[in-house]
Design a protein around this ligand. Structure first.
Ligand SMILES: Nc1nc2c(c(=O)[nH]1)N[C@H]1C(S)=C(S)[C@@H](COP(=O)(O)O)O[C@H]1N2
Ligand SMILES: [Mo]
Length: 327
C-alpha cells in the first residue's frame, strides 16, 4: 500500500446528508426531464453516472432497514461526502479521490455471487436474492485503514454468517476467500499498481462467522455507492480496512489460508490477520494513533484501540496466538 499522503480533505467537508440527498434528487429529476426532452443523447442512465458516479437515474437508492443490536459507538459519524470521496479502491485508481470519479464504470446490475470450493454443491446467488435473505440492519462501525486514518460509518447489511449458512460449507472448510470483480477493460486503472488481480481477501471461518462480520449492501441507508464496493462487500470492523473486499463476485471455502492481495504485495508489512493493533507498528509508521477523517485539524488525532474497540466481541478468537507473529 502506498504511504498515505497528507489529507486533501478540507476540515469543513462535513456535508449534511440531507443536503447531499437533495442534490441527488435534483440530479435525478434533472436527468429525467432531460431524457423526456430528448436531449440526453448519452442516455439518461449514463448521464446520471457521469454527473454523479454510481448513482442510477431511476433506481430507488433508499434501502429499508431495521435497528441492529450490533450497532456500535456514539462517536460522530463521518460525513457522507467524506465516506464517498476518500476511498481506497485501486481497481479505479490509486489516489483517494479517484474511485469517486472512476467507479461509475462498474456495472452493478445484473450481479451474481458464485459460491464454490468446499461446499455441498456450488451455487450462484443473484444480488436481489441476497438483498432479501435477511432484514437489512443499520450498523455503525469504526473503520480503520492500515494507513492510520479512520472513519465512523453507518453501514447497511446483515451478518455474513446468515449467508454462509445458506452456502452449506463442508466440515473441512476452515477459511473463506472473497474475490472482487475484475475486468481490465472496465477498470482501466489496474495497471497503476502491480497487484495480481482480482483483489483477494480471506478470513478464518470463525472470524467470518462472528456476528460483527457484515455482508454489506449500503451505507447511510442508501445502496452502496460504487466507490464503496457496490453492490455487495464485506466489512470486518476489528481489522484494517483492506480485509474488507469490495464488489465481491466469488466466495470460496477452503481448507487452507487463501493468498490475499496485500499480504502477497508485502508480507512484512501486511499480515493475514491484520487485526487493528496499536502495539504492532507497521514497519514504516506507528499504529498507536490515527487521524479521524473530516474533523477539524486539532480534533483529528486519537489513540488507536486494540481490535479497533471490538475486543469484547472478538479477542477470544485469538486466544493462545502470538499477535506479533500472526499480525
Ligand atoms: N476490491 C477492493 N477492495 C478493497 C480495496 C481495493 O483497493 N479493492 N481497498 C481496501 C482498503 S485498503 C480499504 S481502507 C477499504 C476502503 O473502503 P471504503 O472506501 O468504503 O472506505 O476497502 C478495502 N477493499
Ligand atoms: Mo486501507
Amino acid at each position: 500500500m502506498l504511504i498515505g499522503k497528507p489529507p486533501d480533505v478540507p476540515s469543513s467537508a462535513i456535508t449534511p446528508r440531507d443536503k447531499y440527498l437533495n442534490r441527488r434528487r435534483f440530479l435525478r429529476n434533472a436527468v429525467s426531464s432531460a431524457a423526456a426532452a430528448g436531449v440526453a443523447a448519452l442516455g439518461a442512465e449514463r448521464l446520471a453516472q457521469v454527473i454523479s458516479p454510481g448513482i442510477s437515474a431511476f433506481a430507488d437508492t433508499r434501502l429499508q432497514t431495521v435497528k441492529s443490536p450490533l450497532t456500535t459507538t456514539g462517536e460522530q459519524l463521518t460525513s457522507f461526502e467524506d465516506v464517498t470521496h476518500y476511498n481506497n479502491y485501486y481497481e479505479f485508481g490509486v489516489d483517494k479521490s479517484d474511485p469517486a470519479k472512476n467507479a461509475g464504470a462498474l456495472p452493478t446490475r445484473p450481479w451474481t455471487v458464485r459460491v464454490d470450493g468446499l461446499v455441498n454443491k456450488p451455487k450462484t446467488f443473484d444480488i436481489d436474492t441476497l438483498l432479501k435473505l435477511r432484514p437489512l440492519e443499520d450498523r455503525v462501525y469504526r473503520h480503520r485503514c492500515v494507513e492510520a486514518w479512520s472513519m465512523v460509518i453507518p453501514w447497511v447489511g446483515y451478518s455474513l454468517s446468515a449467508f454462509i449458512n445458506q452456502c452449506e460449507p463442508l466440515s473441512n472448510a476452515r477459511y473463506v476467500q472473497f474475490l472482487s470483480y475484475y475486468n481490465s477493460s472496465v477498470e482501466k486503472w489496474t495497471s497503476e499498481s502491480n497487484i495480481d488481480w482480482p483483489y483477494s481477501e480471506g478470513l478464518r471461518m470463525d472470524e467470518a462467522m462472528n456476528p460483527l462480520t457484515l455482508l454489506t449492501f449500503g451505507l447511510y441507508g442508501e445502496v452502496l455507492p460504487n466507490q464503496n464496493g457496490a453492490p455487495v462487500r464485506i466489512v470486518v470492523p476489528w481489522k484494517y480496512g483492506f480485509k474488507s473486499a469490495k464488489s465481491i463476485v466469488t466466495v470460496r471455502f477452503l481448507d487452507h489460508q487463501p493468498p490475499t492481495t496485500w499480504n502477497e504485495q508485502n508480507s512484512h508489512e501486511y499480515g493475514f490477520y491484520s487485526n487493528v493493533n496499536p502495539y504492532v507498528d507497521h514497519p514504516r509508521w506507528s499504529q498507536k494513533v490515527e487521524r479521524r477523517i473530516g474533523l477539524p485539524f486539532y480534533a483529528q488525532r486519537r489513540a488507536t484501540l486494540m481490535y479497533n474497540g471490538y475486543g469484547d466481541q472478538v479477542a477470544s478468537l485469538y486466544n493462545g496466538m502470538d499477535l506479533r507473529k500472526d499480525f
